[in-house]
Every structure is written in C-alpha cells, then in structure tokens.
Design a protein around this ligand. Structure first.
Ligand code: ZN
Length: 575
C-alpha cells in the first residue's frame, strides 16, 4: 500500500528525478525549472498547467531544502500573429511586430500589448503562491544577452537545417487523442489550439528562404515587423542583409543588431542550454514527431553544447460550463476567472491530485459545487487523521508552498449553501449573516469574515455564472389560488412543516423535518427507512413547497431556502 502511494505521488517522484539530474549536470547549482508563456492575448486558463506543473515540482524541491530557480519565460518578443477575437480589428496593422512593441488595447494602463496580458496572469500566479523568476525575451534579445548564441546558430545554420530536414519529411499531424486518454471534441481542439498559442507552440516557419536556410529572423528597422527575408549572411563580418515586405532593404552587423530572434525550434533549445534548464514539461502539441521538443533535443546537444531537460508531456485541461463572457475580453477563460469563484487551494488541488498525463476539465457550472464538497470531505478527513497518504500529500501541496500558507476560509460552510444564500438575499450582508447563523444556532457566525473568502467566491459565482432564469426569488405574496386549490393531504403536510419550524430551526433540524413530513403523513415514525413510495412522496412534497415559495419546481436545498426565507415568511407563504 505504501509502495503504491509513493508511485502515485508523481510530484515526489519527479522531484527525486530532477534533483538527481541537477546534481549530475550542475552540482552545487540551484535546480533550474522552466515554463514559458506567450502574452499574445488573454492567457487561457488551459495554459495554467504550463506553470503549475513545474511549480509543484519546484516547490517540492524547495521543501526539501534544495535551491530551485523556476524560470518563467515571457515570450513577449514573439510576433503578433493575429488580433484575438473580441479585440479591435484595426490592431491588425500591428501583425508581425513584437508583442512588446504593439500598443495595448484602448484604455489599458500598461505600456504594451504584452504587458497588458502579462499583468493579470502574474497577479493570478502570485495569488496561487507560485514563485518564479520572470524573464522577458524582449529584454534578453534586445540587450544582446543571446548574441553569442545567435552568431553560433548562424554559423551552424547548415547543420541546423540538416537536423530540421530529417524531421520535415516525417512531420505528422498533431495527435487527436492525447495520451491522457480523452478524445478531444471539436471545441476542445479549438481550445487546445488557443492554449497552444499561449505557449509559444503555434506553427511558425523554421527559417527556410529562397537564399538558403537562416535560423534567425530580424524585425525590420523601419516598420518593426518580421515580414523580412534574410538574403545573405557573411560569417566573418556577421553582416546580414534582409529585405522587408514594406520595401526596406538593409545590411546590418548581426553582432550589434539586436532586433530579431531565432526561430522557435532553435530558440527553445538555445534557452535550455543558456539557462541550464533541468526540467521543463510541455503540452501534447510540442511532443509529436518533428515537434519543437523532439527537434530541440537534437539541437541543444549538437549545436549549443547543452542537454535536453527532463520534459514530460502534460495533458490538456478543458473548461466547461462557463457562462458567456463579454466579448471585450475575447471570451477566453483566464486563471483570474477561475480564482474569482475558486479558493486558491481548491484550484491548486485540481492539479496536485492528478497525474499530469491525465486530461481534466475545470467546471464553472454547478459541477463546481461538487468540487467544493469533495474538497471539504478531504479537509474533514485531514482533520480527523483518516486521509490516505495520497490525499494528504495533494492536500498539503494545495494549501501551502515552501514559502507560505494560502488563504483558507475559517468556517468552510458548503459552497452550494453560500451560493444559495448569496442568491436569495441578493448579497445583503445582514440577511446573509442571520441566515448563516441560523444554520448552526449553537455556533453562530459572528462576522461574515469567518466564511470569507469562500462567501465572496460564491457571490461571484452567482453574479457571473448563475443564469438569470435560475436565480431564486421568494414570492413577495402568497399564491392564494394555489393555496386554495390544495388537496387535504397537501394541506396536512404543509401544516406538519409549519408547526415544526420553531423546534427545528437550524440546517440540521430542518433537514430532518422536511424528510420526516411525508413519513409522519404516512403514519410512520420520523426515522423510518425510506421506501420507493416515500421517496416519491418526498419529491412531490418538496416540489409543492418550491412552487409556493419561489414559483418553480426546484431550487436551492429546501432547508437552506427555509432558513433564508425566515419563519415569518415561510408561514405566510405556506398557510
Ligand atoms: Zn519593414
């Protein structure tokens, strides 16, 4: 059993492997772990795994007292490929410019397109406790940090071309079935493509031109776009001649010209060698034959004198049940959207508890309530000391990092109940506090802070994800026609409920009461075992109460609804 747990604890196993490899390659140096993101538009929630996966391993390394440097490469020197959906189409005039040189969307406080989209991601990562060293590729390239590597790649261009040529013929389309097992639907494929765009993997030409192969592409010194073609290069003088679609032609000395970059398939292995990366996972789209990870593995050793990192594949993370968002944000779910409705540890837990090769879905609809229930169950097991080793380790990675504890809700009342209460009261603080205190009269809530941040996430969920036609609104006045038309049995059941309110006014008490009413009516005791007939009677009784209170057949859990309405209003509406 213990053996099984340690096999399943993929974080610990990878940390062992990464530390050992780092000791072999760079003894005495910090373990270098890397992620990369391209701020080409809103950074998709699906891309969070690109940072979270290495983070969990880096954090485990740090917990063991070993120095670890988690690099996050911001690919802000990539070209703007297209204007994302939902943004001003006139930005198309900037296509081909580096993301760091494109103006931000109108009204943004940030100086560039890249900074505008980096900022919310950086904020989400900070909230999640993910510590990293951000590296702007614009800063690296334009400062000349890579000049030796660029000149080396140009000198070795024929060998690079020969390696690439071996893969060009073998190129196969991206696999439709990720090793995680799930078959991607068409919309998943579209999302995967979007996600790939955020990870620097989108298709890019690898440097072939009519004048030969050049692994470097300059940005034009006149129009700053990469619509350039290298037409000649002199290894001795480093003089490079290019023409641009704008009509400009120029010869520059590459040793001094820093406005350009290596093509992606050469750029990535160059950085592995430059930074001494030991561990860098990547998505399924990087790992097919001829893909950048595979080609990079050859180039890093044959050209740059480095070694390919340990680079396991991670599976796709899908998003489900998200309400339509305003198109001004591109309709793209971001980590900030997830954090608006999920406590930080809950979001971390989704990644910590699953092997990275497992695809999964982050739900924004009522599935989220179930997720919180599961999380609360694990937390209870932890408190009782009955959690499995595996549950305990993934829980621990969710709630804290080597550096700090993540915020937790002191009184974690069920998320679905908080959402119902926020919904029914339309967020009215005093009403919420009264109702939540009534749920457990022996331990009332002194302040709503005791149920924060969860309450705020539940409120945000109601505000952004709960469709208007599913909001719960108490009837302001009794439905007199319906009350007059009640059958005797229905009237009797409602009387049993109303008469029991005072005695049972707590979440637990009302739960017992609403299930007991149909039993008492059938002449059984309140704790009789439910039978199929009783279940039918319970269902129709609940539907009756919902109709009379909120004019619908279903609604929030009945005890929560009764508590929210208060005894006076319940009596008015039901008798
Ligand atoms: Zn130009």
């Amino acid at each position: 059993m213990a053996q099984q747990s340690s096999d399943a604890d993929w974080v610990a196993r990878l940390a062992d492997e990464v530390i050992a490899e780092s000791d072999r390659r760079a003894p005495g140096k910090p373990v270098v772990v890397a992620s990369g993101l391209s701020p080409s538009g809103p950074i998709h929630l699906g891309n969070l795994r690109e940072v979270m996966f290495p983070h969990l391993v880096a954090d485990e390394v740090r917990r063991r007292g070993v120095d670890c440097d988690h690099l996050l490469s911001w690919d802000d020197f990539d070209r703007l490929r297209r204007v994302p959906t939902g943004f001003d189409p006139s930005w198309a005039e900037y296509v081909g410019k580096p993301l760091s040189a494109v103006p931000p969307p109108p009204g943004s406080p940030y100086p560039s397109w890249a900074e505008h989209f980096k900022a919310p991601m950086a904020d989400a990562l900070a909230r999640l406790g993910i510590e990293y060293r951000g590296i702007s590729q614009t800063q690296m390239y334009t400062s000349g940090a890579y000049v030796e590597q660029v000149l080396l790649a140009m000198r070795e261009r024929e060998r690079i071309d020969a390696v690439l040529a071996q893969f060009r013929t073998k190129a196969t389309p991206r696999p439709a079935v990720p090793p995680g097992g799930a078959v991607l639907s068409e919309s998943d494929e579209a999302a995967a493509e979007l996600a790939a765009e955020g990870s620097g993997a989108a298709a890019e030409d690898d440097g072939g031109t009519g004048a030969g192969y050049f692994p470097y592409k300059p940005y034009c010194s006149v129009c700053d776009r990469d619509l350039t073609t290298v037409t000649g290069y002199n290894d001795d003088t480093t003089e490079l001649t290019y023409t641009c679609a704008c009509g400009h032609t120029e010869t520059v000395r590459l040793a001094e010209y820093h406005r350009g970059k290596l093509v992606w398939k050469v750029d990535w292995p160059m950085r592995w060698a430059y930074e001494g990366v030991i561990f860098e996972p990547s998505g399924v789209d990087h790992q097919s034959p001829g893909s950048s990870f595979v080609v990079g593995g050859r180039l890093v050793s044959e050209i740059f004198g480095g070694q390919q990192p340990i680079g396991p594949m991670y599976a796709f993370v899908g998003i489900s049940g998200m309400a339509k968002m305003s198109s001004s944000r591109g309709g793209v779910p971001t980590p900030a959207d997830a954090l608006a409705i999920m406590e930080e540890p809950v979001l971390r837990w989704l990644y910590a508890r699953r092997r990275p090769q497992q695809a999964f879905t982050i739900a924004f609809d009522t599935e989220l309530h179930r997720l919180y229930d599961e999380w609360d169950a694990v937390e209870r097991k932890m408190a009782e000391g009955s959690a499995s080793d595996l549950d305990a380790s993934s829980y621990d990675r969710a709630v804290r990092t080597a550096a700090r504890e993540l915020p937790r809700t002191p009184r974690p009342l069920p998320f679905r109940m908080l959402a119902s209460v926020a919904d029914i009261t339309t967020g009215h603080p005093e009403q919420m506090q009264r109702i939540l205190s009534d749920t457990d009269p022996d331990h009332p809530i002194d302040s709503l802070d005791q149920v924060r941040p969860r309450l705020d996430r539940a409120q945000a969920w109601v505000d952004t994800q709960l469709p208007a036609d599913q909001r719960t609104r108490l009837r302001p006045e009794p439905d007199l026609d319906a009350l007059a038309a009640l059958a005797d049995a229905q009237r009797g059941a409602l009387k049993l409920l109303v008469d029991g309110l005072d005695e049972h006014w707590s979440l637990e008490g009302l739960s017992r009461l609403v299930y007991a009413v149909p039993k008492l009516q059938a002449g059984l005791s309140a704790d009789a075992k439910p039978t199929p007939e009783l279940k039918i009677a319970q269902r129709s009784f609940f539907a009756l109460v919902y109709r009379l209170m909120i004019g619908r057949e279903t609604g929030p859990r009945l005890p929560t609804l009764l508590l929210a309405a208060g005894p006076v209003q319940v009596r008015r509406l039901l008798s």
